[in-house]
Design a protein around this ligand. Structure first.
Ligand code: NAP
Length: 482
């Protein structure tokens, strides 16, 4: 494939220093192509372009920007199969998942924010003979930094509201998954999107990401990634009083109450555990099961997990592909070994040597879905984010114990409760220290709702009005007739 380039001021350009990195297909170990290894000078050039484009873009009406979002959505939808193929190749996720989740949601993000913008009105407050008008303006040039697990899905989740509110953008995707961000840039070029409004700089996090975070004229940072990187981002951006949104890691609990209808919910539980090889920040990686149900649950769950078809991501029949890289495979395997040291029993799966995946490239980063029991809920395996196809099972005896165990991590992103009584599930959900809880469902997303974590899972919320608030500044204008 053609080498990828940065997209600055509407033009594809190499890094100023000419250096490149490889992007690798993790299912085969093959190099797909190269991407620029950019530096601060490239971020400076992208920021200059974004600042130059800002006056004209911020002067457009909301209606004009909504029309652009719809045009981008249509162009991405026309290219959906290409997007799915690129995403599958770059991440190792099954083509069906890339099509139904990544490609579809990237289109939906633009359509949703277009529609949300149409319904958006500002309040006015009248009192003391005066009328207060809420006036919204863009933050300015914003930096968008995204991870590798849902590359275009998460990038467009930020790009669409940022554009809607009149901001200009310098974006950096993960250097592991640059392909679809590049495709978005090519879509922008094809539809004649105004130059300089959307800029893309590829490269390494500590070089390009850090330069974006530190750039004094980038006034807002929307970051999605790991908690330890989020800490570095916050340490740099906070003293500059930048607007900051941090969507970070998780160690989510899946709580199965004693009346849970196992036949009906088993598919949902497997999906919540192993979608995208467990590399979704919202995946449940600790399953807490009521003691009365534990043995039955365990056997049925393992049977269902063993039905997952792990293999070549390009095949329609594959339900679980590779993990993101060999390095990540080794990290996940180190946790499986740790689990053994901590007293865990592997019920299915395990490290690749012991539980090999057949009919895939030996260079591919494949693991079988792994289920572990016998660990304390406070063990490292059960409290640290593994971000791979590994779940641990734990027993609880009553609701209080389930809540205590669910809340016993430093994270607080998401969770799910499975039971026969929605009201009871709803009541228990309110006791979980997380930003999102699903009851008898998982990854059921209404894009108007607040999305984000508590504790070390993040700061701020995205989605609907929350995204519009992040990507704008508000001024209250109080008018009294003379
Ligand atoms: P990561 O290593 O933290 O990287 C995220 C992004 O930050 C990448 O683009 C990375 O670039 C960049 N980066 C690295 N160092 C940086 C620095 N010093 N300054 C600025 N940017 C920097 O995370 P990841 O491994 O890609 O993704 C997995 C993590 O993301 C998991 O913890 C997962 O839970 C979390 N996640 C959270 C959510 C959520 O909504 N809460 C959603 C998805 C994923 P490079 O890739 O080039 O290093």
């Amino acid at each position: 494939m053609e080498p990828l380039l940065n997209f600055i001021d509407g033009t594809f350009v190499p890094a100023e220093g000419g250096e490149t990195l490889n992007t690798v297909n993790p299912a085969t170990g093959e190099v797909i192509t190269t991407l620029p290894r950019s530096k601060a000078s490239d971020v400076n050039a992208a920021t200059r372009a974004a600042l130059n484009a800002a006056p004209a873009w911020s002067a457009t009406t909301m209606d004009e920007r909504i029309r652009w979002l719809d045009t981008i959505a249509q162009a991405l939808e026309d290219d959906a199969e290409t997007v799915a193929r690129l995403e599958s190749m770059d991440t190792g996720k099954p083509i069906g998942l890339a099509r139904n989740v990544d490609a579809a949601r990237s289109v939906a993000n633009f359509r949703f924010f277009a529609s949300h913008g149409r319904q958006h009105t500002e309040p006015t407050f009248a009192d003391h003979g005066a009328v207060n008008h809420v006036h919204r303006s863009p933050v300015g040039c914003v930096g968008l930094i995204t991870p590798w697990n849902l590359p275009l899905y998460l990038l467009t989740w930020k790009v669409a509201p940022a554009l809607l509110m009149g901001n200009t953008i310098v974006a950096k995707p993960s250097e592991l998954t640059p392909m679809t961000a590049n495709h978005l840039a090519s879509v922008m070029q094809r539809i004649g999107f105004p130059k300089g409004v959307f800029n893309l700089v590829h490269g390494l996090g500590p070089e390009v990401g850090q330069a974006i975070v530190e750039h004094p004229e980038i006034r807002g940072i929307s970051f999605t990634g790991g908690t330890s990187t989020g800490r570095i981002v916050a340490a740099s951006a906070a003293p500059m009083f930048k607007k900051m949104s941090l969507e970070l890691g998780g160690k989510n609990a899946t709580v199965v109450l004693e009346d849970a209808p196992l036949d009906d919910i088993m598919d949902g539980l497997v999906r919540a555990s192993f979608t995208n090889s467990g590399q979704v920040c919202l995946c449940g990686s600790r399953i807490l099961v009521h003691a009365s149900l534990y043995e039955t649950f365990k056997h049925r769950f393992i049977r269902a997990v063993e039905h997952l078809i792990v293999g070549d991501p390009s095949l329609e029949s594959t339900t679980m592909g590779s993990v993101i890289s060999k390095a990540h495979q080794e990290k996940v395997e180190s946790y499986i070994r740790l689990a053994r040291e901590e007293g865990g029993r592997i019920l299915t799966g395990g490290v690749a040597n012991e539980a090999p995946v057949e009919h895939v490239s030996p260079e591919g980063a494949f693991l079988r879905p792994t289920v572990i029991e016998g660990l304390s809920h406070t063990s490292r395996t059960a409290t640290e984010e593994i971000f791979g196809p590994v779940v641990t099972l734990h027993v609880f005896h009553d609701d209080d114990e389930a809540v205590m165990m669910a809340n016993a991590t430093e994270y607080g992103l998401a969770g799910s409760v499975w039971c026969n009584d929605g009201e009871r599930g709803h009541a228990l959900a309110q006791r979980l220290d997380t930003g999102i809880v699903w009851v008898n469902t998982w990854l059921n997303r209404d894009l108007r709702t607040p999305f984000g974590g508590v504790k070390q899972s993040g700061v701020g919320r995205e989605g609907g009005a929350w995204s519009l608030n992040f990507f704008s500044e508000v001024t209250n204008i109080c008018v009294q007739d003379p």
